[in-house]
Every structure is written in C-alpha cells, then in structure tokens.
Write a protein that binds this ligand. Structure first.
Ligand code: KG4
Ligand code: ZN
Length: 380
C-alpha cells in the first residue's frame, strides 16, 4: 500500500511516499528556518503563508522522487493536530482535497503518534538494510521531545482480531507543564543571540564549554513526577546573564549577527567568551539530565523493555550518548530515529497512517485540523 503523507503542523512543509508503512520512497521537507530566524521563533501567520506557497510543489516533488504519480497512491495520511491551526489547515485541506479528487481513502494522524512511528520506521529501515539492529520491543516508553512537546507515553501493540493488522495504543504518563525542552533551547539561544533554531547551535557550542561551570540544580516536580518543566531553567539562565558582561556580549553578538547573512557554528563560537560557552554547556546538561533521568525512572517503574526517543531534541548528541550509556547499563533497548526522521517530516505521518488504514480507519469529510489534540488516554 502506497501512502502519501502530508505534514504541516508547525514550520516545515513536508510530504512523503511510504510503501507498506516501512519503505520510504521519498521524504521531502521544505524548512521555513530562514523565514522565522530573525524573530528567534515561529511566527504563526508567516508559517501559514509559507505552507500555502510550498504545499503543492512539495507534494509534487515527493511523488517525483518516489517515481509515482498521484493516481498510483493508495491513500492519503495527513497531520490532524496538534499544532498551529493556520499551518495545520493548509496540509489538511490539501490532503483532503486530493483524497476526494482521487477517490482515495484518507486518514488523519496525530503528530505525536507520527513522532513515535518515526522510531519504528527507522528500526524497520535499518533492519532491512541489514544493520545489526534488534526489533523494537513492546511495551515501550516513548519520549517525544521537540520544540512544541515534551511528553512520555506508554506504547502497546496488539493484533486486531478483525483486520489482523497491528494496532497501537498510547497512554500519556507525563508532559511539560510549561515550555517544551526544544523551546527552552530556542529561548536560551535567543537570549544569548546564538541563532535559530537554538537546539542544534547549543549542541555544537556546548562541546567547548564546561558543563560543571554553573550548577542549575535538579528540576523538582510536585504532583506527577513524570511531568516536566523547563521554564525555571530558562529563567535561571536569564538571571545569570542579566546585568552582567554576558548580556553586553550577547548584544554585541546580536549586532554582529545582523551584519552577516548566515553564520557557521565556528564563527558563532569565535564570538563567544568561555563564560558563555560554559553557561550553554551547563544549561544543556541540566535539560538532558532531566529528560534522561525522568525517562529512566519511568521505565523502571513501569517495567518497560524499550525506550523510544523522538522529536527534534532527539538529535541532541549528549541526549543520545547519555541514553545509550545508561540504558545499556540497565539492560534496556533504546531506539532513536535518524536525525532526518527525528525532526518534523511526513514519512512518519505516512507510516502511522498506514497502520490506521490497514486496521480499517477512514476519515470522512468532517475531518478538520485540531490545534489541541491529545494522544492516548491519560494516566496519573
Ligand atoms: O520536531 P521538531 O522539528 O518540531 C517540533 O515539532 O517542534 O523539533 C524542533 C526543535 C527545536 O526546538 C530545535 O531547537 C530542537 O528541536 N532541536 C534540538 C537539536 N536539533 C533540533 N535540540 C537540541 N539539540 C539538537 N541537536
Ligand atoms: Zn514535531
């Protein structure tokens, strides 16, 4: 079954063709980084306009790269939510219109479910390529960590008695009460005038700083210990910077950034003092320690066999290192998508949509975008 996936929930316009939920024939992502860079964050209205410009060429390119025409596609899977409403609507309406015009089945996919399926898609791709990768184990604990989300889910799989196809179920165990982890990276990078998006640049710069230089302390959560909170950490960075030489250095960097079209990580590093690199490394370590330790504590409590880590922050090198180290000590399987499948893409939407379609799910003309769209049941 060839599924055309469409994703437009935030600032990437993406389309992909995936065969049988596991073979990526194409995955095209048009990034809007250049549009939002100067604002240090996504501007919703600009994002919607960019999606409008890109949606048709991106879908065309996905078909061309896959060597198929739209009429060869068996079904359309489109992100239904959560996300920016204006952005979601562009992909959703286009996907719906295509399905109607082509008389093909349509299914709506939760963006977070897509991120979880990116892990399974990667696992299948690697195994098919003959890499020595173990098959994903269930039940699993999924950490979805991006610019918009930081959530922990328990993921189970069963085979449907009716269709004989796998059906996935999700239980939300915890989520951020304020900023998402990626948002924390982006806001700290904005504060220090390091560039946008903040995660990749902080990841690069942190290698040159001392993570022990600033002690931010552990993030303590009242109530659900599997919830997250990163806004306090961001404020702690602000207090360390405000009124100090770090603030004037950031202003100088901001002025310099305006004079150059693009700056490489090495050029940005050359404009950073050791004290700035130290604060960046300490901040990154505090975020990553919290994500890894909270997730491993949840894994121990729930007795899961496997941890899936996905979303843009799953690209972080320290996060990957720490998870790999600690999970192997505890005999847990830990799986990540490749960087291209970690950040927003449509292959993950096509893969998640495939299982829904195989289980007989179909969206009708009432399908609409949902800015808030919880995944799974909530467990306290
Ligand atoms: O999944 P994604 O592409 O979009 C959302 O659904 O939000 O994630 C983007 C987020 C941004 O906040 C970005 O700063 C962060 O992922 N990110 C990283 C890294 N690469 C991307 N954060 C930390 N380290 C990275 N290497
Ligand atoms: Zn995402």
């Amino acid at each position: 079954m060839l599924v055309l996936g469409i994703e437009s929930s935030c600032d990437e316009t993406a389309a992909a063709v995936v065969a049988d939920g596991e073979r990526i024939l194409s995955s095209v992502v048009a990034s809007q980084v250049l549009t939002h860079e100067r604002y240090g964050g996504v501007v919703p209205e600009l994002a919607s306009r960019e999606h409008l410009k890109k949606i048709v060429p991106v879908v065309d390119e996905a078909c061309r790269e896959a060597g198929v025409s739209l009429t060869d596609v068996d079904a359309v899977a489109v992100t239904e939510g959560p996300g920016l409403i204006g952005s979601l609507l562009v992909g959703l309406v286009y996907g719906k219109a295509l399905a109607i015009a082509l008389s093909k089945p349509l299914v709506g996919v939760n963006h977070l479910e897509g991120h979880i399926h990116a892990v399974l898609l990667e696992n299948k791709t690697a195994r098919r390529a003959g890499k020595p990768v173990e098959e994903a184990r269930f039940p699993a604990l999924a950490l979805v960590v991006s610019g918009g989300h930081t959530c922990l889910f328990r993921v189970e799989i069963r085979v449907s008695a009716d269709s004989g196809s796998p059906v996935f179920s999700y239980a939300l165990l915890g989520q951020t009460r304020d900023d998402a982890a990626g948002e924390g990276f982006d806001k700290v990078a904005k504060l220090l005038a390091l560039g946008y998006p903040g995660g990749p640049i902080i990841d690069r710069l942190a290698r040159f700083g001392n993570p022990d230089a600033v002690e931010f302390g552990r993030i303590r959560m009242k109530g659900n210990p599997l919830d997250f909170s990163f806004s306090g950490l961001k404020t702690a960075v602000l207090y360390r910077v405000r009124g100090t030489s770090l603030a004037s250095e950031a202003e100088e960097r901001r002025a310099w950034r305006k004079t150059v079209a693009r700056a490489t990580a090495d050029e940005i590093r050359a404009h950073c003092s050791q004290a700035t690199l130290d604060i960046v490394a300490s901040f990154q370590r505090a975020v990553i320690t919290d994500l890894v330790e909270r997730t491993l504590a949840a894994a121990a409590t729930l007795g899961v066999q496997s941890i899936f880590v996905s979303g843009g922050v799953a690209c972080n090198s320290l996060l990957r290192e720490r998870f790999a180290e600690l999970a192997s000590v505890r005999g847990l399987q830990v799986l990540f998508p490749s960087p291209a499948l970690s950040t927003d893409n449509a292959a993950m939407i096509a893969a998640a949509g495939y299982y829904k379609l195989a289980a007989g799910e179909r969206a009708d003309s009432a399908l609409t975008a949902r800015a808030a769209f919880p995944l799974g049941t909530e467990k306290s």
